[in-house]
Design a protein around this ligand. Structure first.
Ligand SMILES: NC(=O)c1ccc[n+]([C@@H]2O[C@H](COP(=O)([O-])OP(=O)(O)OC[C@H]3O[C@@H](n4cnc5c(N)ncnc54)[C@H](O)[C@@H]3O)[C@@H](O)[C@H]2O)c1
Ligand SMILES: [Zn+2]
Length: 351
C-alpha cells in the first residue's frame, strides 16, 4: 500500500492507496462516532458488508446519480446528521463515487461549521480524482458544482477492491481523468502507453491510481483554492468536455473529457501550440479509452456553453489548457468564431 501526504494550508490529508486501504479505514473508524453517507447502488452491493464492518455507525443512503446531487439531497443528509446528534468531532465517511463524495464533503463542511471528514471512494474517477483535493459541491439552478466549499478530508482510503463491481462505462469515465493526467505528466503518460492492454487490470490500476493521486496532490499543494491559476491545468480537455456535456448530456463526464482532449489536441496542433508528434501522442492516449470519436449534430452551438466556462477571463473568448509537448501545457485563448470552426470538426464523419 502507498501512503501519500497532501500538505495543504487549510488541513493536511493522508491518502492510503492500494489493497488493504479499506481495512485501514475500518481500523481508523472502529472506535469513532461515524456517520456514513453512501448511495442506493453502493448500498445494494456493499450494504451488508458496511453494516457488518461498521456496526455502530449511522448509515445515510441517498439516491444515486448526478441528478440527485442537489439541495434536497444535501438537506436530507444534514437533517440526518442533526437527528443523529453529530458533534464537531464526529466523522462523516463518504463511501461511494464522486457524487456522494462531493455532497457528503459539502455537508461535513457546513455542519457546525465543519465536522471531520474521510473519503472512501468506490469508483475509479473518485479514486484518481474527486476524493483528493478538497473540492466539495452540489449542482444548483442548472449549474454544475456552483455551491460548494474547499474542505480537505483528513484521510482518503482508495482501495481497488471496489473496482471489481464497477461497470465498464464507469471504468471508462475514470480513464478519462487518468489519460488527462497522462497528458499533463510525461512519466504517467509513458506508463499508460507501455501497458496498453491493462485498462481493467487491478494490479496495474493500483499503481496508476497512486500515480494520479500523487500528481493531483502536488498540484493541490501548490494551489489549493485555484487562486494562482496552477490548479487550472487539471481542466485539460474540460473546456470542450464541459460544453458538450452541457449541450448533449447522456454520455459520462469522462467520455466528454476524452472527446474534449481529442479536439483540443487538434486545436493545439493547428494553432502551432503543439508539435504534430505531441498532438498524435495525445490522440493515441485518448484512443485507449475512446476508440472512435463520435459525431455531433449542430455542434457549433455548443460554443455558447464554452463561453460560460469559469476559466474565461474575457468576453467572447474561449480559454483552454492545451498540451504543448510531453508533460508541458499552457493556457490558450481562442476567439469564439475560431473555436466554432474547430468544433465543426466534431460534426464531420471520420473513417
Ligand atoms: N471534487 C472534485 O474535485 C471532483 C473532480 C471530478 C469530478 N467530481 C464530481 O464527481 C462526480 C462524478 O463521480 P463518479 O464518476 O464517481 O459518479 P457517481 O458518484 O455518480 O458514480 C457512478 C455510479 O457508480 C455507482 N458506483 C459507485 N461505486 C460503485 C462500485 N464500486 N461498484 C458498482 N457501482 C458503483 C454509483 O452508485 C453511481 O451509480 C460528478 O458529480 C463530478 O462533478 C468532483
Ligand atoms: Zn473531470
Amino acid at each position: 500500500m502507498q501512503i501519500i501526504e497532501v500538505h495543504t494550508k487549510s488541513r493536511p490529508s493522508t491518502v492510503y492507496c492500494g489493497e488493504g486501504a479499506y481495512e485501514q479505514a475500518r481500523q481508523f473508524l472502529k472506535d469513532k462516532e461515524t456517520f456514513i453517507v453512501t448511495d442506493t447502488n453502493v448500498q445494494r452491493i456493499y450494504g451488508e458488508m458496511l453494516r457488518k464492518d461498521f456496526p455502530a455507525a449511522e448509515i445515510c443512503v441517498v439516491k444515486d446519480g448526478e441528478r440527485n446531487k442537489n439541495k434536497n439531497t444535501l438537506f436530507q443528509i444534514l437533517d440526518k446528521m442533526l437527528k443523529a446528534q453529530l458533534h464537531r468531532n464526529s466523522i462523516v465517511a463518504a463511501i461511494g463515487g464522486g457524487v456522494v463524495g462531493d455532497m457528503a464533503g459539502f455537508a461535513a463542511s457546513v455542519y457546525m461549521r465543519g465536522t471531520r471528514l474521510v473519503q472512501i471512494p468506490t469508483t475509479l474517477l473518485a479514486q484518481v480524482d474527486s476524493s483528493v483535493g478538497g473540492k466539495t459541491a452540489i449542482d444548483y439552478g442548472g449549474v454544475k458544482n456552483v455551491l460548494g466549499a474547499f474542505y480537505q478530508p483528513e484521510f482518503v482510503f482508495c482501495d481497488p477492491v471496489f473496482l471489481k463491481t464497477l461497470p465498464s462505462r464507469e471504468m471508462k469515465c475514470g480513464w478519462g481523468e487518468i489519460i488527462k493526467t497522462g497528458v499533463l505528466d510525461a512519466k504517467i503518460g509513458d506508463r499508460i502507453l507501455e501497458n496498453l492492454s491493462k485498462t481493467e487490470d487491478l494490479a496495474f490500476l493500483k499503481e496508476i491510481i497512486a500515480d494520479c493521486v500523487r500528481f493531483k496532490a502536488n498540484v493541490v499543494e501548490q494551489d489549493e483554492t485555484e487562486r494562482s491559476g496552477f490548479r487550472k491545468c487539471l481542466n485539460l480537455g474540460h473546456t470542450t468536455g464541459h460544453a458538450l456535456e452541457l449541450k448533449y448530456g447522456r454520455r459520462s463526464h469522462g467520455e466528454y473529457v476524452l472527446i474534449g482532449m481529442w479536439l483540443e489536441s487538434v486545436i493545439a496542433e493547428r494553432e502551432n501550440v503543439s508539435t504534430a508528434e505531441n498532438a498524435r501522442r495525445v490522440r493515441q492516449l485518448v484512443a485507449l479509452a475512446e476508440k472512435k470519436i463520435p459525431t455531433f449534430q449542430n455542434v457549433v452551438s455548443a460554443v455558447q456553453y464554452a463561453l460560460l466556462d469559469k476559466k474565461n477571463s474575457e468576453k467572447g473568448v474561449v480559454s483552454m489548457i492545451l498540451s504543448k509537448a510531453r508533460g508541458e501545457y499552457t493556457e490558450y485563448n481562442l476567439s469564439a468564431d475560431r473555436y466554432a470552426e474547430y468544433l465543426a470538426m466534431l460534426q464531420e464523419k471520420r473513417s
